[in-house]
Design a protein around this ligand. Structure first.
Ligand SMILES: *[C@@H]1O[C@H](CO)[C@@H](O)[C@H](O)[C@H]1NC(C)=O
Ligand SMILES: *[C@@H]1O[C@H](CO)[C@@H](O)[C@H](O)[C@H]1NC(C)=O
Ligand SMILES: *[C@@H]1O[C@H](CO)[C@@H](O)[C@H](O)[C@H]1NC(C)=O
Ligand SMILES: *[C@@H]1O[C@H](CO)[C@@H](O)[C@H](O)[C@H]1NC(C)=O
Ligand SMILES: *[C@@H]1O[C@H](CO)[C@@H](O)[C@H](O)[C@H]1NC(C)=O
Ligand SMILES: *[C@@H]1O[C@H](CO)[C@@H](O)[C@H](O)[C@H]1NC(C)=O
Ligand SMILES: *[C@@H]1O[C@H](CO)[C@@H](O)[C@H](O)[C@H]1NC(C)=O
Ligand SMILES: *[C@@H]1O[C@H](CO)[C@@H](O)[C@H](O)[C@H]1NC(C)=O
Ligand SMILES: *[C@@H]1O[C@H](CO)[C@@H](O)[C@H](O)[C@H]1NC(C)=O
Ligand SMILES: [Cu+2]
Length: 603
């Protein structure tokens, strides 16, 4: 028996912002968001940062599937901005996707903008700043969309016990959202200026935050060095990690051998660790409810993060918003922008358990802790970690989620053939800070100020910075991660608008015209049956050879949509292009979203 549920709690929570249209019964959720630039110290170090309605992270946008959103941004920042809704497909509302120069003009300082879209999907998403590197200044908050009544869930693949099924449904309807972020003591503008002046990739942060809280940890160089597996030691070129856990600036594998000007880099960007401990996040769970749903969102700019909870395995049941065939694991790796929702059974002695979040990238060892507290329990905590400070397993029995084995639920299979194939060359081009997503051509940041491509899709027609598709067709994007420009880390490629099927990976050059030809020679590298269905795709690193990844999607939502790396310095360094989906049936932009418009109208 499948179990469906009424999201009563969320309906009540939304009543204040619920309004009914005159002619129909549209549920419209009005969400005002005022942005301010203030001093804040999430990890105990004070810096200038962005607050949303006075909060950081921003307030959660709670919606029911099918409802309409009016998200009104009041920009009280001393600079321009835009807001993107990560993973929201923007079906029939491409003008609300929030990318400057692609779907709108920047919102000026002192201005307002009304994003209007419909929640056509359920699940966990997030909103964030999409102008320059503003994500790094703290401009982000969660979105949670309750599934339509009657949506089939995969919960009976976890248990068929009636009480469990009731409790799982309740837990999913009232989730605890856990925002995982990395944090720098420099503003995004400072990082950008330093990168260009010194010609470096600013790959070193200061802390990891859980729900906006964290500590700066300085465990010492010998301890940090002890975390590096022997196989990775050669990458250090005989040097030590810095006291912040970073590869030193002088590491040419990370920073290239382009001429740098290291005197333009403040010493504290890569080293000079000063520990803080202003208080960590606590997640409250009521053991009487049997289960809790933790809906994790990675907002990371730099770090790939590994998550586990002492003594509590996790049933992963949704990825990038959508249900999957549940998998029981001890640890999950989060790429930048990804969301995984998990059920945790509260069947342990009522006390405190440590939630561990560890950056596992080569660029930096950085770590955070929070507490899972059983309501009514003791505050004693007997540590029993599954992962260490670097995100590695502490014993051979620890299981990690392998994202490539994730099966969508219910199944959603890609077409077996496509109408069009685009091969995209990922490279580091011409400077240590500069990256490209197609044909060695970086997406220049000045394009944020151009006439939005949604208004004039011909604007970049003579460049490799746009690709075009026809509506109602299937398209393959084959990402070619070349080693010819130096080492490349895994790139978390994010596709705006609808999700795509991740159908294949491989090491070496992709020596084929398209997937159909490759299938004849290397069928084992592909899954066209039930592959992961995501809005983010993590390429394999190019460490000893080039690598490739193939994703397949259906064009059904005409408009101009960004495709880019979600490592923030790679995005601002040019690793982006614009997909002009459905160029044959290009949408007419409503007046309120055209020149001079800000989404407001009397309509
Ligand atoms: C629950 O029952 C369904 C239908 O019989 C079955 O497919 C599923 O595997 C069962 N779940 C568990 C956890 O045993
Ligand atoms: C690395 O750190 C260790 C311990 O602090 C020290 O003995 C050693 O000299 C350092 N190596 C380099 C190359 O700096
Ligand atoms: C290097 O950076 C320093 C500090 O910003 C600057 O004074 C100097 O002119 C730069 N040198 C070169 C060669 O650009
Ligand atoms: C907060 O977490 C850090 C690890 O990130 C840990 O060292 C510290 O002891 C924790 N602080 C408190 C008050 O529990
Ligand atoms: C981590 O897991 C691997 C693979 O199971 C195992 O070989 C290794 O010994 C484990 N690490 C530790 C510290 O137990
Ligand atoms: C980006 O565009 C601006 C304005 O057109 C130009 O000044 C700058 O040189 C360009 N940057 C690069 C790296 O091409
Ligand atoms: C990648 O960029 C490097 C540096 O600009 C260049 O030498 C190399 O040819 C590029 N690779 C390809 C395949 O274009
Ligand atoms: C692709 O072609 C190159 C050059 O012909 C060859 O060296 C390489 O082995 C081929 N790679 C694969 C994966 O077949
Ligand atoms: C684009 O294609 C989708 C999928 O077939 C279809 O639903 C939609 O109506 C088409 N849009 C236009 C404007 O023709
Ligand atoms: Cu990248």
């Amino acid at each position: 028996m499948r179990f469906s549920f009424l999201p009563i709690g969320l309906l009540v929570a939304n009543l204040a912002s619920l309004a009914l249209g005159d002619e129909d019964c549209r549920e419209i959720v009005r969400f005002p968001l005022t942005l301010t630039w203030e001093k804040g110290a999430p990890d105990g170090f004070e810096r200038d940062m962005i607050f949303m309605n006075g909060q950081f992270p921003g307030p959660t946008l709670e919606l029911n599937e099918g409802s309409y959103v009016e998200f009104t941004v009041t920009n009280n920042l001393p600079f321009e901005t835009t807001i993107h809704f990560h993973g929201i497909e923007q079906l029939h509302s491409p003008w609300s996707d929030g990318v400057p120069g692609v779907s709108q003009r920047p919102i000026p300082s002192g201005g307002t903008y009304v994003y209007k879209w419909r929640a056509t999907q359920y699940g966990t998403y997030w909103y964030h700043g999409h102008l320059a590197g503003q994500l790094e200044d703290g401009l982000f908050g969660p979105i949670h969309i309750t599934p339509a009544k009657g949506t089939v869930t995969p919960f009976d693949l976890i248990s068929n016990n009636t009480q469990d099924l009731y409790q799982l449904a309740e837990a999913a309807a009232n989730p605890q959202i856990v925002v995982l972020s990395d944090w720098s003591h420099f503003t995004s503008e400072e990082l950008r200026d330093i990168s260009l002046a010194a010609d470096i990739d600013p790959l070193c942060g200061d802390s990891i935050l859980i729900n906006g809280k964290g500590a700066v940890n300085c465990p010492g160089v010998p301890f940090l060095m002890s975390l590096i597996p022997p196989a990775e030691l050669p990458v250090l070129l005989g040097a030590n990690l810095t006291d912040k856990g970073c590869l030193p600036l002088t590491n040419f594998l990370a920073q290239t051998s382009y001429p740098h000007n290291f005197s333009a880099v403040p010493a504290s960007l890569f080293s000079g660790c000063h520990a803080t401990d202003p208080g960590n996040a606590t997640i409250l769970a009521d053991p009487h409810q049997g289960w809790v749903s933790l809906n994790f969102i990675s907002t990371a700019s730099l770090q790939e993060m590994v998550v586990s909870i002492d003594d509590h395995p996790m049933w992963v049941y949704a990825v990038d918003g959508r249900y999957i065939v549940p998998q029981l694991v001890d640890a999950i790796t989060f790429s930048h922008g990804s969301r995984h929702s998990v059920f945790v059974q509260l069947n342990q002695p009522a006390r405190d358990y440590t939630l561990r979040v560890a950056g596992d990238g080569l660029n930096q060892k950085v770590y955070a802790q929070g507490t899972l507290h059983y309501i009514g329990g003791h505050d004693t905590n007997i540590p029993n970690p599954s992962i260490n400070y670097a995100g590695a397993n502490t014993s051979a029995s620890v299981t990690f989620l392998d994202d490539s084995t994730v099966v969508p639920f219910p199944p959603v299979a890609p077409s077996q053939t496509v109408d069009q194939t685009y091969k995209l060359l990922l490279n580091r081009t011409g400077a240590a800070w500069q990256w490209s997503l197609n044909d060695d051509t970086p997406y220049n940041e000045s394009l944020e100020d151009q006439t939005p491509l949604l208004w004039d899709p011909t604007e970049l027609a003579h460049t490799p910075l746009t690709i075009t598709t026809l509506n109602n067709t299937w398209v393959d994007l084959i990402f070619l991660v070349t080693i010819s420009g130096g080492l490349q880390p895994p790139h978390p490629i994010h596709k705006h608008s609808n999700k795509a099927h991740i159908i294949g990976f491989g090491e070496g050059e992709f020596n084929y015209t398209d997937v159909a030809e490759a299938l004849k020679y290397i069928p084992g590298n592909f899954n066209l049956d039930n592959p992961p269905y995501r809005d983010g795709f993590y390429t394999l690193p190019a460490a000893t050879s080039s690598t490739w990844m193939a994703v397949r999607y259906f064009v059904e939502n005409p408009g101009a949509f960004f495709l880019h790396c979600h490592i923030n310095p790679h995005l601002t360094g040019g690793m982006a292009l614009v997909i002009l989906d459905g160029i044959d049936v290009w949408p007419t932009v409503p007046t309120q979203y055209g020149p001079g418009g800000n989404g407001q109208c009397d309509c």
